[in-house]
Design a protein around this ligand. Sequence first.
Ligand SMILES: Cc1ncc(C[n+]2csc(CCOP(=O)(O)OP(=O)(O)O)c2C)c(N)n1
Ligand code: SF4
Ligand SMILES: [Mg+2]
Length: 355
Amino acid sequence: MSEATAANDGAASNGAANNGAANNGAANNSAANNGAADGEPPDGSRAARAARDGAIEGGPRRPASLTLVPVADQKLSTRDFKSDQEVRWCPGCGDYAILAAFQSFLPELEIPRENLVIISGIGCSSRLPYYVDSYGMHSIHGRAPAIATGLASSRPDLSVWVITGDGDALSIGGNHLIHALRRNVNIKILLFNNRIYGLTKGQYSPTSEQGKVTKSTPFGSLDTPFNPISLALGAEAGFVARTIDSDRKHLTGVLRAAADHRGTAFVEIYQNCPIFNDDAFAPVTEPGARDQNLIRLEHGEPVRFGRDRSRGLRFTRYGSLETVDASGDDASSLLAHDAHADPDRRVPAGAQAQL
Ligand SMILES: Cc1ncc(C[n+]2csc(CCOP(=O)(O)OP(=O)(O)O)c2C)c(N)n1
Ligand code: SF4
Ligand SMILES: [Mg+2]
């Protein structure tokens, strides 16, 4: 393990802002400072044009979560979102790939850096705000959703992102997370799921598989793990997605979709921790296994997977799902993915699971 693994969480108590701003920096950064609040922006500026057109210059309409966030007056690049802090994760950690994808996605938002706030809890993943040149807060364990809720509610001119881990979000922060999800405040929550406590050196987490042997579970864990997606859906979240650290294109697409959701967006990111839980996601990342085990969902498209997308899912007459050969006659009966479907509001009574 490199020194980076043991990165301490002392910053929790001083709410470190990564760019040298005071730890209440986000609150000090009024929209007036960037010329968008008092009066019109100067005619001909990007902000003025975007306000007139309701769109980002030269691009599609603005992401829905940014309606009240000012438009940057100058074009920003990935480089602009890199802070001067040394990145301190272990070599090979999946957090690097997520950070890189996030930093290269941020210019797409076309918002001033001062209107971007990244709030994390405690864990290796929660070090991310240091590395992005924006306002940020490395806060207290499990409480990032609560802090972000307060900030986003009082400052609609900010784009507020939460970075959290499986331990941070689902152990100590479980209660905060579910209530943030149902409140649907305009925040984006990125949960880095490595199925382990990384920072504290390898204890099992609420997403570790049953039987996981760790220092804190020498005979194997007894608990059934949470499925973060099921948990978020159960908490009535309005935007729920899963992606993978090693798939930059997919990850970026999911970040884009999350930014386009006005309300709480929940994104689970499978993240490899090579030190304490290496290859936890090999079944969906390794080339041989990936095709069989990973289903890429696209709204309105039939659910297909496998080599050449030759397998598909369909309902049996009893309502359960079965895998079928999608290259033959069954193709027309495949289940299509509907990301916008309203949940059925009728009330089922009786035993709903008997496994
Ligand atoms: C109140 C409190 N309890 C416990 C801890 C110890 N602690 C720090 S990080 C952590 C778990 C982090 O795991 P996770 O959220 O999965 O993040 P990762 O390091 O894996 O990215 C724990 C238990 C703490 N810092 N504060
Ligand atoms: S998540 Fe794992 S690999 Fe990444 S910095 Fe933490 S201990 Fe190291
Ligand atoms: Mg973790």
